[in-house]
Design a protein around this ligand. Sequence first.
Ligand SMILES: NC(=O)c1ccc[n+]([C@@H]2O[C@H](COP(=O)([O-])OP(=O)(O)OC[C@H]3O[C@@H](n4cnc5c(N)ncnc54)[C@H](O)[C@@H]3O)[C@@H](O)[C@H]2O)c1
Length: 379
Amino acid sequence: MPKKIRLGIVGGGGDSLIGVLHRVASHINDNYQITGAVFNPDFEKNKEFAEEIDVPLDRIYTDFDTMVAEELKLPESERIQVFSILTPNFLHFPMAKKLLENGFHVICEKPMTTSLEEAKILAETHKKAGTIFALTHTYTGYPMVRQMREMIKAGALGKIHKVDARYYQGWINPIIHDKEKRNSVWRLDPEKAGISSCMGDIGVHAFNMVEYTTGLEVESLLCDFNYLYEDNKMDVDGTVLIRMGDHVKGVIRGSQVATGEENGLAIAIYGEKASFRWEQEKPNFLYMMSDTEPTKIYKPGHAYNSEFSLDGTKLPAGHPEGIFDSMANIYLGVARAIRGESQNDGAYPTMRDGVRGMSFIEGTVASHKNGNVWVKVEG
Ligand SMILES: NC(=O)c1ccc[n+]([C@@H]2O[C@H](COP(=O)([O-])OP(=O)(O)OC[C@H]3O[C@@H](n4cnc5c(N)ncnc54)[C@H](O)[C@@H]3O)[C@@H](O)[C@H]2O)c1
C-alpha cells in the first residue's frame, strides 16, 4: 500500500461552505492525510478548528506565506506535497502561482482566477513548474456524467444538434432586496469574487459540463445578464446563447435568484440518433431518449457502464453515491497523477479547463456590456 499523500489546506475553515466537501472527499479513497493548514485568516480560529478535526498544531500556520516558507524548510519526505485552495476567488491566483513556483501540486477551487489574463499567467507558471494542477469542477466526478462523456465520444448520440445546460439557485433572493445584506456577501463584491457573480460562480460549472460531456468547444457566445438593482455591480442571473461550430448551438442559463431552486445544475444534449438528460440533484439517473425506443435509464455500478464510469463507483449498484463521492473521484485522479499512474482522460479538470472557464466568464461580461453582442471564447 503506497503511503498517503501529504495534503495542505488553505481556506475551507469550519465556517466555510466547501471545506467539509474537500476534507471528506480527500479521505474517501484513503489516499491523503491532511498534514498542515491555514483554515482561517484568524490564527485563533484556525487553531481551534485544527484541534476540532485533529490536525497537529505544529503544522497550523498564521498565514499562507508563512505556511509556504516553513514547509519549504522541511525535508521533502515530510513536506506537504499538494495544497487545496478553498478560499474566496481573489486569493486563488496569487496562492496557486506561489505554490506552483515552489514546486507544489495544486488542487484549486473554481473560478480559477479573477481574470483571463491571470489565468494565462497561471498556465505559463504551471507549464514551467511541471507539477499537477487540478480545478475542482466537482460535478465532472459523477459516474453518470463520465458515462455521458464516454458514450458521446463513442458516437451514441450521432451528430449533436443542441445543448441546453442550466444552473439555477435561489439563495441570493433573500439577500439581494436589502442593500445592507447585499453589501455583506463576498460573492457580490467584485474585489473578492471577480467580475461576475452568477456566471463566475455557477454558470462556469454549466459551461464546463457542456465542454466536458460533448467534447466540443464553445466558440462564441451572446449573453444577457440581470442585475436586478442599479447599484448592484454583479450579475445574479443570465442567459447565454452558445455556438459550438458545425451547426451545434445551445444555451447556458444561470440564476442565483431563481426562488426556491437549490442546486439545480442540469444538462440536456440532443443528437441525431439519441439524446441525454441528467440532473445534479438526481445524479444517479442518466436518461437516454430516442425516436425509436422507449426512454432508457442508465444507473451507476452496472456492468453496462464504461470502465471510466465504473471506476468512479465504490459500492454495488443501488447504494446511492453523491456529491462527496463525485469530489472524491477528482481527488483520486489527482492522487494517481501525483503517483505517475496511468488513468482515464478526464479524471480531473485541468489548467486548460480553468483558462477556458475564465474566457467564458469574461466573454459573458463583455457580451452583456457591449449590448448583447456575439463574442469569441478563446483559449
Ligand atoms: N466546486 C464547487 O462546487 C464549489 C462550491 C462552493 C464553493 N466553491 C468555491 O470554493 C471557494 C470557497 O467558497 P466557500 O463558499 O467555501 O466560501 P466561504 O466564504 O464559505 O469560506 C471561505 C473560507 O476561506 C477562509 N479564508 C478566507 N481568507 C483566507 C485567507 N487569507 N487564508 C486562509 N483562509 C482564508 C475563510 O475563513 C473561510 O473558512 C470559492 O472560490 C467558491 O467559488 C466551489
